[in-house]
Write a protein that binds this ligand. Structure first.
Ligand code: PHE
Length: 518
């Protein structure tokens, strides 16, 4: 029999999962959220969230996939028949992220290609030119689709093995360059890293926690998809240690490049640049590069190239999540599924591209009040879908993995630890701590994040006081309606239906390749 498709080496798995985790969340939103929420104090809460909650959920999610060797819907169904809904919510959530992430991916490609021109005003002109944005978004999706269509080993593992080391090398090079800029560097570092707990506050701490989830790609079943392809011998605990390490390292390093560069520009020109939102990446950074002469053009090329790589490896994982489910459920060949999904994603990304361009240039077409479609989708995913998915992981493992009678036992963490070891998740002495955390701490912590995330969306804090936001309310209601529709769809269609597993996929691919050989 032909060798199974899947991750062949531990390092290949770690790099692919780190590829999913390391993305725009690290290179862009982490640095600016840190600077806005009290510098080092935000970093401390972030790192704690990664260690105490994020990594444990990653272990849980990867384990579910590895144990079930199937897509997340089937995997959760194996734990409890109603639970497959969590897998479905994750897949739809991944698809939503993919639509807006690909537009940003298109932007990064465009800024890479045009690095050798002056891009000081490029954000306004490019974003308003919808056809060009759509073209670059299309190219970006096509690149991801090509990698995925080659399969897990030949496509995802091989691409990650090349792209991730390249990303790290470029990032370290850029950090060294930026730290050596001289004037303004100290102020930049100060702004980025000086702890200010008054600026962090409760809101900042919550932002750090949800940023940790998004950054680790946890809660949407993506890690469980990758886990389902990991070889028996690859260790879950050790892999997650390295994934979380890379993810956090890249986030921290990104800030060490961006803020010294921005403050250097300010010291040289006297002009303060905006450090947040889309403007930071596509307007402030090009302004910095434009002032650095030929070196700036080269750095710009590597900088945006690096961001493009990070975005590609994340979108690969998002597309893989949806592709695996569709292929296994309807028993269709990977290539066909990938082509259709890429096209659908492309179609959905067009309104996002239009709305974003409008937003940047002051228009409101295809937006909800003053929020463009990208912000609407991002809020839905981060305040609703990801916390629900994360909660699902902890409750599925923490409670439903136990036999019903053991759920009432006083020693349930110990019983769960024993059961997990039998099923192949051995974290040594730490297994009991893991079991305890997943049973009690994680669900409570996530419920708290979820509740405050919703409150924050509906009553955002503006200038120290909370005001009601009808747009926020609409976003949350749309999210709840979406979950309701998915729930009905799950009960009517997917709960009873066979939703397939990795073995089915092997069979389909084997059949397809043997009929090609005939
Ligand atoms: N973790 C990615 C980032 O930091 C985004 C992502 C979220 C990818 C969820 C897959 C799943 O940019």
């Amino acid at each position: 029999m032909e060798k199974r498709d899947g991750f062949h080496s531990g390092i290949g798995f770690v790099l692919a999962a780190a590829g999913s985790s390391v993305g725009l969340g690290n290179l862009w939103s982490f640095p600016y959220k840190t600077s806005q929420n009290g510098g080092a104090s935000f970093v401390i809460v972030y790192v704690l969230s990664v260690i105490v909650l994020g990594s444990l959920l990653c272990i849980g999610e990867i384990f579910i996939g590895k144990w079930a060797r199937s897509n997340p819907v089937t995997a959760y169904k194996k734990i409890n028949k109603f639970y497959g809904i969590a897998g479905l919510i994750g897949i739809v959530g991944s698809f939503i992220i993919m639509t807006y992430y690909s537009v940003l991916g298109g932007y990064t490609l465009k800024f890479t290609v045009n690095s050798f021109q002056d891009q000081s005003n490029a954000l306004q002109t490019f974003s308003a030119n919808t056809w060009e944005v759509v073209l670059f978004t299309g190219i970006f999706i096509l690149l991801c689709a090509i990698i995925i269509s080659l399969g897990v080993k030949r496509g995802i593992e091989n691409a990650s093995k090349i792209l991730m080391p390249v990303l790290i090398i470029i990032l370290v090079g850029i950090v060294i360059y930026c730290l050596c800029l001289g004037e303004g560097v100290k102020e930049g570092l100060n702004y980025y890293l000086n702890p200010d707990f008054t600026k962090l506050g409760f809101k900042g701490a919550l932002a750090a926690m949800s940023q940790a989830f998004f950054s680790l790609s946890v809660g949407l079943g993506i890690l469980s998809v990758y886990g389902s392809y990991m070889g028996e011998k690859i260790k879950v605990g050790r892999s997650v240690f390295w994934i979380a390490f890379f993810d956090t390292l890249v986030a921290l390093l990104a800030g060490l490049a961006i803020f010294p560069a921005i403050f250097h520009h300010q010291a040289k020109t006297g002009v303060a640049l905006q450090e947040s939102g889309i403007v930071l990446l596509f307007s402030s950074m090009p302004l910095v590069f434009a002032k650095l002469g030929i070196a700036g053009k080269i750095i710009s090329f590597f900088f945006f190239g690096m961001v493009s790589i990070a975005a590609i490896t994340s979108v690969i994982s998002l597309l893989e999540g949806a592709a695996q489910f569709v292929s296994q459920t309807w028993k269709i060949k990977r290539l066909r599924v990938v082509i259709v999904l890429a096209l659908v994603c492309f179609l959905f990304s067009v309104p996002v591209a239009i709305s974003l361009g409008q937003g940047i240039n002051g228009g409101h077409f295809l937006s909800l009040g003053d929020r463009n479609l990208l912000e609407v989708l991002d809020t839905t995913v981060n305040s609703l879908l990801i916390p629900i998915g994360a909660l699902a992981v902890s409750v599925a493992i923490g409670w439903f993995f136990l036999r019903p009678k053991d759920r009432h036992d006083l020693f349930r963490p110990t019983l769960l630890a024993k059961k997990l070891k039998e099923e192949g998740l051995d974290l040594g002495k730490f297994t009991v701590v893991f079991a305890f955390m997943l049973q009690y701490i994680a669900p409570l912590g996530i419920l708290f994040i979820e509740a405050t995330g919703i409150v924050d969306a509906i009553w955002p804090e503006v200038g120290g006081s909370r005001i009601f936001s009808s747009e926020g309310l609409i976003i949350i209601l749309i999210g709840i309606a979406l979950i309701g529709i998915l729930f009905v769809l799950y009960l009517l269609v997917f709960m009873k239906r066979d939703t397939g597993c990795n073995d089915d996929e092997e069979r389909i691919e084997a059949k397809a390749s043997s009929s090609n050989n005939d």
